[in-house]
Design a protein. Sequence first.
Length: 73
Amino acid sequence: MGYKRFVQEILEYHRGKALGVILGLFFGWFAITYGLFKALFVTLCIAVGFFIGKRLDESNNIRHVFDRLFRDR
């Protein structure tokens, strides 16, 4: 089995596991290189960015997204 076929099978049948391994490897490397708290901060920033991007993709109205995020409570 060739490398291309192997990667295709992994992405087809085990996409979530492969993504988890890659993200875990990246986070571990970042934590070792820069420290745990910096790695956690960057991870939090990525999660917030993902959340905002997901909302933008779903609604296509940036004003509505920011109104919901920063509304008066």
